[in-house]
Ligand binder design. Structure first.
Ligand code: MV4
Length: 447
């Protein structure tokens, strides 16, 4: 049993986790830096502990401080949220050693998926379709032979990478040596590991990811997909479930492949299996062993609280639903509201002078922001998420238009005006976009 959860995070996700704990009758402990003393997650938690100065390294990423906060408050479990320590295998091990439950996968599974070559090999062994590419690491001296076998264009990726860092395209043999050398030196600088691997470069894919949850005993479910193709510099901007590109047969087929793979590895916790989707085919790229920012759209269409499930499986209680019991209903869209200029995406910290969140049927706002709240400059610029649900995609889009008109955030710049544009765009209305659409649109419509 878990009776007191320490939430090792801040902002909207700390609130999100806190809400789930309260619903389950579990006591909550917030931790915060000195910059976050006035944050909503601190105010709403049963107890709070200040764990250090503003820089994340000295507070939200400081494992010793977080373990100490558990000891002081008697927390028997930690939820890491997303980011920060959520995919840190060492953190999971240290909590284990202290008899504190990590609400997440095993350290072993985190590590396995953190290395992109072992993740891909594991996925392939478990029957998940992967991008054609090198068999493991590629050394500079073998690069040309491997590339010719795969066929140009190819993509060089860092094995310690993820999220797009350390990637280089080689269009032809003439580009190859430089692409490999640059990828290796960037990987060494960013991750302290210069190992790279190679894949066939897909030119116009969508980013479609499957939500799974496993109980750690060989049972696992999938909760369908999310289409996260609308991104800028590897930052997701707009996500939707279902994907406008898939039909129910495709959804249930790829979902079952993923659930079966998770059963075989006895995965515990929530996870996301990321695919590129092009010309009707799925290609595994990575697996994230955490709760994701965009999980609420999956909750909207399934009615399942993913944090409840995470807590259940972490305590050994098993999943609350079987695959057969899951019903997919309607369509949901999430807009990430960042404190940023809506065209340049330059951060815009400062004080929110007016704040009014929209409401009504099918509307969810996950945010720690309030009128008078001062956004600190030290952390990511996500200040809230707007999640809209409708019975159909058209209803969802019409509702989103209404809701965007209602949302008031004054005093800082936000990405809300960008969504006002997107909601009126014909390609978006048609669901006709790939991973490059948003950057092309921004370049095309530059003032
Ligand atoms: C790719 C690709 C094309 N072909 N792999 C970028 C982030 C990382 N998770 C994987 N990424 C990509 N891998 C092959 N073989 C294109 C991307 C990519 C991308 C993927 C998802 C969402 C947005 C993207 C933007 C640029 C490139």
């Amino acid at each position: 049993m878990i009776s007191k959860v320490l939430i090792a995070n801040r902002g909207e996700i700390a609130l999100r986790v806190l809400r789930a704990c309260k619903e389950l009758g579990i006591a909550t402990v917030a931790v915060h830096s000195t910059a976050d003393a006035d944050a909503m997650h601190v105010r709403l938690a049963d107890e709070s502990v200040c764990i250090g100065p503003p820089p994340s390294r000295e507070s939200y990423l400081n494992i010793h401080q977080i373990v100490a906060a558990c000891e002081i408050t008697g927390a028997d479990a930690v939820h890491p949220g997303y980011g920060f320590l959520s995919e840190n295998a060492k953190f999971a091990e240290i909590l284990d050693a202290h008899g504190i439950t990590f609400i997440g996968p095993t350290a072993e599974h985190i590590r396995l998926m953190g290395d992109k070559i072992t993740a891909k090999q594991t996925a392939q062994e478990l029957g998940i379709p992967v991008v054609p590419g090198s068999d493991g690491e590629v050394k500079p001296e073998n690069a040309l032979e491997v590339a010719r076998k795969i066929g140009f264009p190819v993509l060089i990726k860092a094995t310690a990478g993820g999220g797009g860092r350390g990637m280089k395209v080689a269009r032809s043999a003439a580009d190859l040596d430089e692409a490999v050398a640059t990828a290796r030196s960037e990987a060494a600088a960013a991750f302290g590991n210069d190992a790279v691997y190679m894949e066939k470069y897909l030119g116009h894919p969508r980013h479609i990811e499957i939500q799974i949850v496993g109980d750690g005993f060989g049972n696992a479910i999938h909760l369908g997909e999310r289409d996260c193709s609308l991104q800028r510099r590897h930052q997701k901007v707009w996500e939707e479930a279902n994907s406008p590109a898939l039909n129910v047969e495709q959804r249930m087929k790829i979902g079952q492949v993923c659930a079966d793979a998770m059963k075989k590895m006895k995965y515990r916790g929530a996870g996301t299996i990321e695919f590129l989707y092009e010309d009707g085919e799925f290609y595994f790229i990575e697996m994230n062993t955490r709760l994701q920012v965009e999980h609420p759209i999956t909750e909207a269409i399934t009615g399942i609280d993913l944090v409840h499930e995470q807590i259940r499986v972490a305590s050994g209680a098993g999943l609350s639903v079987t695959q057969e019991e899951i019903e997919f209903s309607g369509h949901a869209i999430e807009c990430r509201i960042n404190a940023e200029d809506p065209r340049t995406f330059v951060p815009s910290p400062g004080t929110i002078t007016h704040f009014h969140a929209p409401g009504g049927l099918g509307v969810r706002v996950d945010s720690g922001a309030y009128q008078g709240y001062k956004i600190p400059p030290y952390y990511d610029s996500l200040i809230g998420k707007l999640i809209v649900h409708g019975r159909t995609r058209v209803e969802c889009m019409m509702r989103l238009r209404r809701v965007l008109d209602e949302f008031v955030i004054d005093g800082i710049k936000t990405t809300l005006p960008l969504f006002q544009e997107l909601i009126s765009n014909q390609d978006i209305a048609n669901g006709d976009y790939d991973i490059h659409w948003l950057e092309n649109y921004l370049a095309k419509t530059k003032a």
